[in-house]
Design a protein around this ligand. Sequence first.
Ligand code: SF4
Length: 341
Amino acid sequence: MIENNKILEIKDLRVSYHTYAGEVKAVRGVSFELKKGEALAIVGESGCGKSVTAKAIMGLIKGPQGEIKADSKILYNGNNILNYNKKQWQEYKGGECAIIFQDALTALNPTMRVGKQIMENLTVHKHMNRKTAEKEAIEMLRKVGIPEPEKRAKQYPHQFSGGMRQRVMIAIAFACDPKILICDEPTTALDVTIQGQILDIIKKLQKEHETTVIMITHDLGVVANIAQKIAVMYSGIIVEQGSSRDIFYHPRHPYMWALIESVPRLNSNNKQVLASIPGIPPDLLNPPTGCPFSTRCNYCMQICKEKMPDCSEFENGHFAYCWLHHPLAPKIDMPDYKGDL
Ligand code: SF4
């Protein structure tokens, strides 16, 4: 029996890439856990390590360049997948854990009919015969809202629009009823109306299948739509984590304040000045010893440059790494955002 229905536990995940310039420490000690059916959004700028975290969970970090450090643990139903043998990996990838990428055109096989691409997953992971798999593939296309699925199943990816291709990716991902679904910026390349439709399909299927979802995104609108929990990543570290409500309405890390200030709000009467975050994130070839946000933070103190902040815990599992919460830090007004995002 898994404690508290936990399906996934990431413990001190560290991932590096070995390049000619040196070791890039892309993920530097990430930990979180998810229960069955929960949705977590990992947010942050490009290069913060969110996609690398997703790739590690999906078993897509390849040596010799990519390296998951020895003490890292990715526990799926209590078993460390990093110790899986070849057969266990085959069952896990696609069968237990599926991924939807941003660029469906690259992810799909251009030379294979889309129906066949769904069928392939069903025959490999669910051991269906050809006829049953064909029927199921058409049913999956219908479920993701593709009109005339019998006809469309015989077509190739280039005959589909961007939004329709993303629906095909969702059909492939859900065909095997995965327990974990990773969505890596699934709507970034789509226009706004299609984005909403794609998120609605993911949410509907997630509910039906009780799938645990990890949504990787830099778009706070996407997060608000789907996730119950949010992890805010910066420079390979989770700097704040909590329920969506706490992170949106009572954020406790200056990086999250800056992210929220950069999003237009509904009650702004067109007078809101959208803030940008000056500067660039630290070089992960040589990460700073202090707070990684110190070079861009309006509240930076001397200690921030010298020492990584301790973890400060608030209510309901909400925590942040920031020296402002130390009892000896100067008191500042923490912003609270009231239902206006
Ligand atoms: Fe800013 Fe210091 Fe907090 Fe880092 S620790 S976010 S530099 S106030």
